[in-house]
Design a protein around this ligand. Structure first.
Ligand SMILES: [Zn+2]
Length: 237
């Protein structure tokens, strides 16, 4: 994959890049990008690309991974291979998704550490966050208690660190893979998102630097979704 800048700096909002290829007029691959591509249950970034030669602006309406590259869908045709562009990530959208994403890791840590419950899926969009929980009987009181505990952990304002481990080394610690939803299994180096002193996960997403940035996690509702599966909706405020 081309240089995915968000992996090492999830606070990067603007960057310079060159167009490597354009498919069907609107699907643009850059030599480097800070746009997070949709994946692992997390929505992609939006934003803009401004061509430096004439200032023409293209809206980025979708980003996804295709054949190992991050492809950006823009709102109209015109970009050409070799164009230099100035890119801006829609930061309100991204920051919201980051807060929800780190929040899910806190919640997942509480579910698993306190109740041996596993999160088997998640969906993060700007207006809705949900996790799927492997739980035999839906126990709303217990779920609510876990949100209370998650908010206590957030108040401790633990730092969140990102680093890399070899697959071999990472596989010695199965707890790193609790949330490894859709994580590619053919790569040698794993990115670890570590809420210091609480929970570390193999993860390719964008996270806040300290837990207080999440705000407050609020339980909204839960529903049965299949035999073992309880779907839990929440917001971060
Ligand atoms: Zn994650």
């Amino acid at each position: 994959m081309q240089n995915a800048l968000y992996m090492d700096d999830s606070y990067l909002k603007e960057f310079e890049a060159a167009v490597v290829s354009v498919k069907d007029g609107k699907f643009v691959v850059l030599d480097r990008t800070a746009f997070f591509p949709q994946g692992g249950g997390v929505e992609c970034d939006h934003g803009t690309m401004k061509r430096k030669s004439d200032g023409e602006e293209f809206k980025v309406v979708f980003a996804g991974k295709f054949e190992g590259s991050i492809s950006h869908e823009v709102d109209h045709e015109g970009l050409k291979e070799g164009d230099a562009v100035h890119c801006t990530v829609d930061w309100d959208r991204r920051y919201n998704l980051m807060r929800c994403h780190t929040g899910i890791h806190v919640l997942c840590g509480v579910f698993s550490q306190e109740h041996k419950l596993l999160v088997t899926g998640n969906q993060l969009s700007t207006d809705k966050c949900r996790v799927d929980l492997n739980m035999e009987q839906l126990d709303i009181e217990l779920v609510k208690k876990c949100f209370g505990k998650a908010n206590e952990i957030i108040l401790q304002d633990l730092p969140v660190e990102v680093y890399y481990k070899s697959r071999e080394e990472a596989e010695k610690d199965p707890s790193l893979f609790k949330l490894a939803i859709g994580f590619p299994h053919d790569i040698d180096t794993l990115r670890i998102v570590d809420i210091k002193g609480f929970d570390a996960q193999a993860d390719g997403g964008c996270h806040v630097k300290t837990l207080s940035e999440i705000g407050t996690m609020e339980f909204v509702r839960a529903e049965n979704k299949g035999k073992q599966n309880r779907r839990v909706y929440f917001t971060v405020n």
